[in-house]
Design a protein around this ligand. Structure first.
Ligand code: PLP
Length: 393
């Protein structure tokens, strides 16, 4: 019997990938499945970005790059943050990462150990808790409440901090709820954090372009008073429809940068060279495709929320960000995972049960509207028929 370390038995995962695999398997059997499960744009990466990668390969960018990323890309990230949020960051604090997740992994690895506490949003992206458990630290959920528009509450978050807290994970716009935390709440949180100077903050802003109804994204790096302890997680996956390219970036506090660089050297050496050139084209080229995609998500958001609110037993708060709706299904009588499962197997609609995002996700399902309006309407119809004809299991 191989004797692996216990930490591996504590690793969790992301059920969205399992649902995707099941949906694909059903489709391979000839079933018609509408996938509102996976969190990735249904758009292609814009052509000029693809061409930049092809050119990079033709030009001979076939070797290792610096572990921290190619200089022009780190400079482009700094310019992008300055342009969009007025945030000045040195390119020397920017690190190019193979996707958004590795920043999460590294940050949690830097602060998690037995005896430490790490705060994370619940419901929230499942990898936060998985990685916290892996390190042996204590996961402390920050409740994300529907009555709060799925924004986190500064007071509640601050009340959960103890002398053992090492890291606070924030995510706005949020997966799975689509919640966007307003500036006033972030201001309050930052003011309260003055009492806790040893707590680092991981701000997952991967959906920062996707805000609606006049909501504004607040970049945590804009707060000078916590600047030396904020880790920014961001990337290209969602904004430029590049989930399969594996490209992200982190802005690290100076104190952590070298740890992250060493982890990169130990783990993956550098990010794929051609992908980095694609990322450079994305940031420095025309942004029309991003604006069009966000406008399209906004249209679908209205369709999905209106449609969900007409289904028996379902009520849906209007999400202000990302591309997810998180309808409340309590009045249907179904448990969330049983409903998600039955919708996939019997109605041919893939969604994710709220409990896959944390204990407080019971009573909700996540519906991704990164699918065509036509498919969304068909899926809503199927869900309506299912909920009318089928009794809760
Ligand atoms: N953070 C959040 C909140 C996400 O929803 C996701 C992807 O779904 C990620 C990070 C990971 O992004 P990537 O695919 O670039 O690793």
């Amino acid at each position: 019997m191989l004797r692996t370390v216990a930490a591996f038995d504590r690793l969790g995962e992301e059920n969205a990938f399992a649902v995707l695999a099941r949906a694909n398997a059903l489709m391979a059997q000839g079933r018609n499945i509408i996938n509102l499960g996976i969190g990735q744009p249904d758009f292609r990466t814009p052509d000029f970005i693809v061409e930049a990668a092809v050119k990079a390969l033709r030009d001979g960018h076939h070797g290792y790059t610096p572990a921290i990323g190619i200089p022009p890309l780190r400079e482009a990230v700094a310019a992008d943050l300055a342009g969009r949020f007025g945030v000045e960051v040195s390119p020397d604090t920017v690190m190019i990462m193979p996707g958004g997740k590795p920043t999460m992994y590294m940050s949690i690895l830097m602060f998690g150990e037995p005896g430490a506490e790490i705060l994370y949003p619940d419901p929230g992206f499942p990898i936060y808790r998985s990685m916290i458990e892996y390190t042996g630290a204590k996961p402390v959920p920050i409740p994300i409440r529907e009555e709060n528009g799925f924004a986190f509450s500064a007071d509640e978050t601050l009340s959960l901090i103890t002398p053992k807290t090492r890291l606070l994970i924030l995510n706005s716009p949020a997966n799975p709820t689509g919640g966007v935390t307003p500036r006033s709440e972030v201001d309050k949180l930052v003011a309260g954090l003055a009492r806790w100077p040893d707590v680092a903050i991981l701000s997952d802003e991967i959906y920062d372009h996707m805000v609606y109804d006049g909501a504004q994204h607040v970049c945590l790096l804009a707060y000078h008073e916590i600047r030396d302890r904020v880790i920014l997680l961001n990337g290209w996956s969602k904004t430029y429809a590049m989930t399969g390219w594996r490209l992200g970036y982190a802005v690290w506090p100076e104190r952590l940068y070298d740890y992250a660089r060493k982890l990169a050297v130990n783990l993956y050496s550098c990010v794929n060279a051609a992908t980095q050139y694609a990322g450079l084209a994305a940031l420095t080229g025309p942004q029309d495709a991003v604006a069009e995609m966000v406008a399209e998500f906004d249209r679908r958001r209205r369709v999905v929320v209106d449609g969900l609110n007409q289904l028996p037993g379902i009520s849906c708060t209007t999400p202000k960000g990302a591309f997810y709706a998180f309808p409340n299904i309590r009045r249907t009588g179904w448990k969330a995972k049983a409903l998600a499962n039955a919708l996939l197997e019997e109605a041919g609609v893939a969604v994710i049960g709220g409990p896959d995002f944390g204990i407080l996700g019971e009573g909700y399902i996540r519906v991704s509207y990164a699918n065509s309006t036509e498919n969304i309407l068909r899926a809503l119809e199927r869900m309506g028929e299912f909920l009318t004809s089928r009794k809760a299991a």
